[in-house]
Design a protein around this ligand. Sequence first.
Ligand code: GLY
Length: 340
Amino acid sequence: MPSESRRVTVELAERSYPVHIGSGVRQALPGIVGRLGARKAVVVTARHEAEVPDPGVPYTVVPAQDGEAAKTLATVGELCRRFVDSGLTRSDVVVSCGGGTTTDTVGLAAALYHRGIPVIHLPTSLLAQVDASVGGKTAVNLPEGKNLVGTYWQPSAVLCDLDYLDTLPEREWLNGYGELARCHFIGAPGLNGRPLLDQIAASVSLKAWIVSADERDAGVRHLLNYGHTLGHALERATGFALRHGEGVAIGTVFAGRLAGELGRIGPARVAEHHDVVTSYRLPATLPAGVDDRELIALMRLDKKATTGLGFVLDGPAGPALVRDVPEHVVASALASMPRD
Ligand code: GLY
C-alpha cells in the first residue's frame, strides 16, 4: 500500500470490510481478490480498461456508462446477463470502476445475481469516494423517481484511488464537495482547507461509523441525508440540471435557515451553513424559476418523511431527524432563501 494512504474499516461483524484511500491504492486489487479466493472476475468499468489493475485471476471486462440515464433496471439486467456469459459463480467476484451510477448499478447487480456475489468498488469520482461507494446502499431510478428500487449489499472492499480524480471536471468536484460540506454539520467539522486525502478519509470514517451503528437506515444513518430533502427536490424540479452535490449544498443552507426558524439554532450557526457551503464555491441560492409550492410537494415524497415533512436539522443536542415540520414554517424558511 502507498505510504500516504489511509485505511478505514466498516465494522459489520463477519461482513466488515476495508476502505483504502490514497494515490495508487487501486494496486491492492489483486491481493484483495486473492484473499477472497475468487477464481474469476468480471470488471465493469466506466473508465478505460487500462485504468483498472489486473485482478490477478482470469477476467472479463464489461464497459459501463456513468450518468443518471444509465441508472436503470435495464442496466442491471444487462450486467447480470454479462455475468452469466462470463460463467460467474458465487465464489467469484465483480469489480466496479466508475462514478456513483456504476457503483450503484454494479452493486445492485452483484446483490441480485445468484442471490448475491462479492463486489469490490473502485470509485472514480469524488462523490463516489466520499459517499456512494461506502455503506452498501445500491439503487436505480424508475421513471417515477430517483433511487426507488434497490437493496443493501455491502462490498468486500473499496479502493478510493486519488489518482482517478486527476481528470475530474469542475462540476464533478462540486458534486463531491456538496457531500463534504454537509459533513461539517454531522460530525466532521472544519474539513475545507485540509489535504484532499484527509477530507475523503474523514468523510469515509464518519460514514463507516454511522453505517456500523445503523446499516439499514432506521436511525442515525438519516444524518447522512443532511441537506438532502431540499437537495433531492431541487434536482427533480430542475430536471437534474442541478447536480446532486449542488442540490445538497443549497439544501444545507436551507437546513440552517429552517433550524433557525424552528428556534433550534441561533443566527451565527444559521450563517455558518451559508459560509461553509460557499467556502467550497458551491451554490447557496435557489435557482431562478423554481416554484416553492412544487418544492414542498416534492419534499413530501422524501423517503424519510413517512408522514408530513421531515428534515435532518441541527439543534442544541446536535443534528437529528425532525418529523412533521409544519408546512408554513418550511414555506417561510424557503421564502427567506437567497435566489438567483
Ligand atoms: N448516501 C446516504 C447513505 O448512504 O445512507
